[in-house]
Design a protein around this ligand. Structure first.
Ligand SMILES: [Zn+2]
Length: 430
């Protein structure tokens, strides 16, 4: 099959050695070449020579999205412009975009990481990959394409939308893999169904770009497109872009490329590491990134580490799917809770829709109460509301270890909005 993009590492000790070397290089490189990092490190009283073991990462100051915005247009830049060959920027909903610089080596590293994704998904050079994600200044499309070409499969760069062309290509070019967001893949599935194409296409795999998705969405995708596997590909513009990990065919978690970056999972309040298996904020430190290295960058994304070796035997560690944003965290009866956890319970419960609200109240007895308001799914029988509510209450208790009251409301009554819709209503005063 030719070149492999997997790390040639056999033991955890070897992986740790690579991480320490990369960490030392990164801190040294950033200190020497970036005014921002030098000032930050000096303020924290840390010098590159203080980094002697992986544990010393805790001495390093954090970097945040605010730092990127403050440094606009070229924040964190740690290489001279003559070595920078490209920039990417986040789509940026508020304020200025986050702009990241790339040297040619950064681009090559990214291509190799992304090629590893295709290898992890079990593709070969004879696979054909229809790329239905957006191309532009953000990192998506070009990353999928670069990785596909580096890997040696055939790329069909269609971009999003344009269902007529997508369907025609599925039929004419017989792609075996589809790269798309979850909602785009579902849309294509419905279109394939509508046009009766399922038996005339050759798709076997969907590689799904970062977006919230439930198990039922995946099941539907598999059913409509007739694919065997749906893979989750995480990605963050700050950290190269998409392609920094992938679940393998066992789907026990998302393997992440620990030879390219260190992932810490920290409590967003205390910034101390959470115990393995508990939810924390993803904080990343790159090991070889030249133009815009990251030192303890707070992504605000939440997940948990999966503290076991995957059935595939890979040395590469795993984290769970993204479970939400740390900005959305709330504390209820001394438990840190993320809307994503409620979302997860609901998305795996038959009979409810995907819209929900979390209401927090403080009653006269001085105690806090949580109500989860969720829509009955379209056409479901209201007579079953009580049973449904009890089932969800039990699951919340079991999975999140708190008591909540569940209220089922009519389909279509909760406000429909974008992904950023407000879900938590905290009426507890202080
Ligand atoms: Zn695996």
């Amino acid at each position: 099959m030719g070149r492999s993009f997997m790390p040639k590492i056999r033991t955890e000790r070897e992986l740790k050695r690579i991480q320490l070397e990369g960490l030392q290089w990164t801190v040294q490189h950033a200190y020497k070449n970036s005014e921002f990092y030098r000032r930050r490190l000096d303020e924290a009283g840390v010098h590159p020579r203080h980094i002697k073991s992986l544990k010393d990462i805790a001495k390093l100051p954090f970097t945040t999205a605010d730092d990127l915005r403050d440094g606009y247009p070229f924040p964190l830049r740690s290489a001279p412009f003559e070595r920078i060959v490209r920039i990417h920027a986040s789509s940026g909903t508020t304020g200025k975009r986050k702009v990241l610089c790339y040297t040619q080596k950064d681009i090559d590293d990214w291509a190799n990481m992304f090629a590893r994704c295709y290898e992890m998904a079990g593709l070969t050079k004879t696979d054909r990959v229809q790329i239905a994600v957006g191309y532009g200044v953000w990192t998506a499309g070009v990353g999928f394409q670069l990785g596909c070409e580096r890997f040696g499969a055939l790329a069909i760069p269609v971009g999003p939308g344009n269902l007529d062309m997508q369907c025609q290509f599925l039929e004419d070019f017989q792609p075996t893999a589809l790269c798309a967001t979850a909602s785009m893949a579902l849309l294509m599935g419905e279109e394939v169904q509508k046009r009766g194409l399922r038996n005339r296409i050759a798709l076997k795999k969907v590689i799904m770009g970062s977006e919230r998705s439930s198990d039922s969405m995946r099941a539907k995708m598999k059913d409509l497109l007739g694919v065997e596997h749906v893979f989750d590909i995480p990605g963050l513009t700050e950290l190269y872009g998409p392609g920094t990990g992938l679940d393998c065919v066992y789907h026990e978690g998302i393997h992440y490329w620990a030879d390219y970056y260190i992932l810490e999972l920290l409590d967003p309040e205390t910034l101390e590491p959470v115990p393995p298996g508990e939810i924390g904020e993803m904080v990343v430190t790159t090991l070889r990134k030249e133009a815009s290295p990251l030192i303890r960058y707070r992504t605000r994304d939440l997940t948990k580490l999966i503290p076991k070796r995957c059935s595939c035997g890979s040395i590469l560690p795993m984290h769970d799917r993204l479970l939400g944003r740390s900005d959305d965290m709330f504390i209820f009866r001394a438990v840190n809770i993320y809307p994503g956890q409620i979302d997860h319970v609901l998305s795996n419960t038959e009979g409810v829709g995907s819209e929900y609200q979390i209401l927090l109240d403080r009653k006269e007895d001085g105690r806090d109460y949580m109500t989860v308001r969720v829509e009955r799914s379209e056409g479901a029988d209201p007579a079953r509301d009580q049973a449904l509510a009890s089932r969800i209450e039990e699951e919340i208790k079991k999975q999140i270890l708190v008591s909540a009251r569940v209220e089922i409301v009519n389909y279509g009554t909760l406000p429909r909005s974008e992904r950023k819709s407000k879900r938590v209503f905290d009426n507890r005063g202080d």
